[in-house]
Design a protein. Structure first.
Lengths: 148, 151
């Protein structure tokens, strides 16, 4: 019985970060935690997990690993509103459509970022760090409004 | 027309409108109440499935549905009273009552099936929440993620 899902998302991608935020805000039937891919290496909850870049990965609390469109269907399954849809998209008739749709979204996500001006959390963090460095701050010790 | 004949005419043709109204409302209103109660009593089981056995929510929705049902039906029954022909003999009373009760029954019947359709859909959606995962994992981790408590 699955009671929790871990969604490993690409935190270098603004669109993916937006999706993760959306996912967290939805009413759910199981616990969901979104784990940024960059923190995977330092997270000992997923031993031996090799998440391929550009591949959405979901891990359940039994250790089952789902990739690509399967991961997408599992994320869908966790949501109150979309659980019936997950079963529908997993049916033999609609599974190819789910696979193609997910592959398309996956491939075009960087284009979507550029088009909509979406910035990932990692990019924002780097921008903040760059700015701090430019102002000569050390360890976040900058006077507010005093730099420049 | 001379007063004498007019007088005779009214005496010969009694006004039975009130009887017709009595018969119509006497049948249509209890019928509505009976259908309403049947819906409330039996619809409850559908709603319990729809709302994951949440008794309070199911009863609340049941009550709200019943209020809507009664308002629509009794409203329609009341409004139908105004279409009344001249009722001067008993066959016309029966015709009028039968016609209006018939319409009321058809509308109530239609609403009843519509209700059933909605309730069974809600039930289906409610049961869909218990659906197992749609896909199987492609591989397994060496150690289950749950061994470390989730944040």
């Amino acid at each position: 019985m699955i009671t929790a899902l871990y969604v490993l998302y690409d935190d270098e991608c603004g669109f993916c970060c937006a999706c993760a935020r959306w996912l967290i805000a939805q009413p759910k039937l199981v616990n969901v935690e979104c784990v940024p891919r960059s923190r995977l290496a330092s997270d000992d909850r997923f031993p031996g997990l090799r998440s391929r870049p550009g591949q959405l990965t979901v891990v359940d609390d039994d250790g089952g690993v789902y990739e690509g469109d399967s991961a997408w269907l599992m994320a869908m399954w966790s949501l109150t509103e979309f659980r019936p849809w997950s079963a529908r998209f997993a049916s033999p008739e609609l599974r190819p459509l789910a696979r193609e749709t997910f592959a398309f979204v996956s491939q075009t996500r960087h284009g979507v970022n550029t088009l909509l001006g979406l910035r990932s959390d990692a990019e924002l963090a780097r921008a903040v760090a760059r700015d701090a460095a430019r102002r000569g701050c050390v360890d976040g010790g900058c006077a507010v409004g005093g730099g420049g | 027309m001379d007063p004498m004949t007019a007088n005779l005419a009214t005496e010969a043709l009694p006004d039975l409108t009130l009887y017709a109204y009595g018969a119509y409302l006497g049948i249509a209103v209890p019928l509505t109440v009976w259908v309403g109660r049947t819906l409330v009593k039996n619809g409850r089981y559908f709603l319990l499935d729809a709302f994951g056995q949440n008794t309070e929510l199911a009863d609340a929705v049941n009550k709200l549905l019943a209020v809507g049902f009664y308002l629509i039906n009794l409203g329609m029954v009341s409004r139908n009273v105004r279409w009344s022909p001249e009722m001067t003999n008993w066959p016309s009373v029966v015709r009028y009552s039968a016609d209006n009760v018939g319409w009321a029954m058809l509308v109530i019947g239609g609403m009843h099936f519509f209700n059933l359709f909605i309730l069974s859909r809600m039930r289906k959606n409610g049961l869909a929440r218990l659906a197992p995962p749609p896909v199987l994992p492609s591989s397994h981790l060496a150690r289950a993620a749950s061994t470390v408590s989730p944040v």
